[in-house]
Design a protein around this ligand. Structure first.
Ligand code: PMP
Length: 413
């Protein structure tokens, strides 16, 4: 079966590192030339500060930022662009929600529910709020396939549950969680819902209104955009109730020495100057993906992922972090993951990554910012491989050879 990427040539890094086998797109995607070009062009030819200057150059930038808001709203199925806040990434988006909205709603009786598979970005802000307010943090377990166990999550909810904050897809396990079901359950009980979409956004087809969440967050660099630019979607009547956690230029309507009146809508949450070059890059990345076409992207990555899962499952020295994680089940919520994590029998994950690196194969090794998940799975670290548009069958074959050789070599030593 030939699986050859028609898009690999769009990524100039492969002209610099010709032998590179990049299997770490879950950490960050490589950059298509078109995205880098758009950013370069903007910075050289169009750059000015947005939302401030009255001259044409600045007004054009302001219009571009507002158009980007519209484009991103459309991309994630939000019908109003004023629900889109620009942040530096998923981490900032979640901290912003914590301090602009949730903190003031917690008492020592409250509880917050997360899942066992959260990235530290969707754990630490809640843990700290709980420490500050006396609220408690409850953790919903995963089922045997590594998906959030809906029944067990629902059983944790009571009349004091203020928030459910879960990942759409874990950065260690990669399966798609039943977020729509959980958000609708939350909404019926007036519980705020936050979805960490950092690893799901690359699957496309996000529709925040169908999901029914109050907040949805993601980072541009997980979909071939630049680092330092992310998105926070806030349901429209929620954004009206939010208070900026960072204040300064750009968020106010009127200021005196005694008091300030904030703007309405997303601008009040975007203190300081916008990361315009990042926003330009993110929009270009979305346009790039749309131009390729999501059905083609999904078909290609599903085929490649199927091949990867099968090849890994046939290597008997591989232990997936979740026993059944190479199996896709009948559940509708289970899209084919584009990433998977495992251990190589009796070899430390860091040694695996170093050995693979010596063969120009880039994988992630460690706890992937999910230490409690690894602990819950009874392991310290794992190796994670994740796919992007530039990967092809030969990358998986090199990975499998590399893993087999690593195992042989390190066991002999
Ligand atoms: N959540 C998940 C599920 C992630 O995979 C990541 C990035 N690894 C983050 C949050 C944090 O994203 P960022 O570093 O772009 O803020």
């Amino acid at each position: 079966m030939a699986i050859v990427s028609p898009w690999k040539q769009d990524f100039p890094v492969f002209t610099t590192y010709q032998e590179l086998c990049y299997l770490d797109s879950a950490a960050t995607c490589l950059t298509p030339k078109r995205v880098a070009d758009a950013m370069h062009y903007y910075q050289c030819h169009l750059h000015a500060n947005s939302h401030k200057g009255l001259y044409q150059l600045s007004a054009n930038v302001t219009a571009q930022v507002e158009k980007a808001r519209e484009r991103i709203a459309e991309f994630i199925g939000a019908s109003d662009q004023n629900t889109i806040v620009f942040t530096s990434g998923t981490t900032e988006s979640i901290n912003l929600i914590a301090y602009s909205y949730i903190a003031s709603r917690l008492t020592s009786d409250s509880n917050i529910i997360i899942s066992a598979a959260e990235h530290h970005a969707n754990l630490l802000p809640w843990q700290r709020l709980c420490q500050q307010t006396g609220a408690s943090l409850r953790v919903a377990p995963l089922d045997q396939y590594g998906v959030i166990d809906i029944a067990q999550l629902k059983a944790l909810v009571d009349s004091h549950t203020a928030l459910i904050s879960i990942s759409h897809s874990s950065n260690v396990i990669g399966k798609i969680n039943p977020v729509q079901n959980i958000c609708q359950f939350g909404r019926q009980r007036n519980i705020i819902t936050v979805i960490d979409g950092a690893q799901a956004v690359c699957h496309g087809g996000i529709n925040v209104e169908a999901i029914g969440c109050d907040f949805y967050v993601f980072s541009g660099h997980k979909i071939y955009g630049p680092t330092g630019c992310g998105v926070l979607y806030c349901r429209i009547n929620v954004i009206d109730q939010m208070q900026p956690y960072q204040v300064g230029g750009g968020v106010i309507d009127n200021v005196t020495y005694e008091s300030s009146r904030y703007l309405s809508g997303p601008l009040k949450l975007e203190a300081g100057s916008h990361n315009v070059i990042g926003i330009i890059g993110l929009v270009e990345a979305i346009n790039y993906l749309d131009d390729i076409g999501w059905p083609d992207i999904t078909h290609y990555l599903k085929t490649l992922s199927g091949y990867m899962q099968k090849s890994l499952s046939q290597l008997n020295v591989i232990k997936p972090v979740v026993p059944n994680s190479f199996i896709t089940t009948h559940l509708d919520t289970q899209a084919t993951p584009y990433l998977t994590s495992f251990q190589l029998d009796k070899v430390h994950s860091h040694d695996v990554a170093s050995m693979l690196d010596s063969k120009n194969i880039a994988v992630r090794a460690g706890h992937h910012c999910a230490q409690p998940l690894h602990k819950a799975l009874g392991i310290n670290t794992s190796v994670r491989v994740s796919l992007g548009l530039y990967n092809e069958r030969s990358d998986i074959d090199r990975l499998i050879d590399g893993l087999a050789q690593t195992h042989k070599l390190l066991l002999i030593e």
